[in-house]
Design a protein around this ligand. Sequence first.
Ligand SMILES: *[C@@H]1O[C@H](CO)[C@@H](O)[C@H](O)[C@H]1NC(C)=O
Length: 317
Amino acid sequence: MWLYVITILIGYWTLKWFLERLKVGNYGEKYVLVTGCDSGFGHLLAKRLDGLGFHVIAACLKQDAAAELKKKSSERLQTLQLNVTSEDDIKTALTKVKSILPPNKGLWAVVNNAGVGGGFGTVECLNRKDYTDIMDVNLFGVIDVTKTFLPLVRKERGRIVNMASVSGRLSVTFTPYCIAKYGVEAFSDSLRREIYHQGIKVSILEPGCFKTNILNPTMIKDIYHRTFQQADADCQQYYGEEFIKECINNLIRSSSSPGDINMVIDAYEHAITARYPKYRYIVGNDANYIHRFLWTVPEWLSDFILCYNAPRPAGIK
Ligand SMILES: *[C@@H]1O[C@H](CO)[C@@H](O)[C@H](O)[C@H]1NC(C)=O
């Protein structure tokens, strides 16, 4: 009996191992659009794909970042300026991409990588704009870019690859950011099922903590203090300065051992080059062993673990 079970398991793992390593090939004939190539994951991914021989169209928010990337890449790589919150920019980008693509050619992949960090503060301190600023880029940017370029992806029966986060599965602190990432997860799941028969694949990346500009300690401090200052006097008194300081320290401490950024680029590469890409890529040890554990166990346990050492407001001390 056990022999059968073990044989089946080994067979399953071997087949999985094998299928996961199959590649689509022909990279030199494939065009990939990546957003947010100014820095971080997007910048590295553009260079990685360029090195593999893809025709990379790297969208950057800033002109100088685009010029910098162009200098470091092959002649094939093209850049364009794109602020994903601007309808005009997205329209202009579509025209530019169409002019880059050879006749009757579409996009093999659209990588919705562009994102911003922020939204640090307690729910009572945050205002509506703190939410919309983040959602505009991290959620509505993804939706608008996907919608605009989907017909070009359909031409190649290609892929949409969306950057979410473990914050799209486990919501704790920086609420606006988590809401946007939960939104990206929901959008990607809906889209994948909606286009099930169109031959287009949708993958979601869920990285844990990695060293990019999203978790810059100075930015964390500035935003926490700014949102605290905008709360009314009663609220400020209830929470107290000490509470905010502890929140900042906790967040900086919890993001102080980031993973190797190449793990994220490897996951992106797999989603774009594998014959059978995964639906979800949970990237990093923290994501796989801590966050995944916490979003799987019952809430009484995850809440206890997450809140046991959490700062207490001055009003309940
Ligand atoms: C991006 O576009 C939005 C909307 O058009 C604008 O409000 C914002 O300032 C732009 N951001 C940058 C960094 O240019």
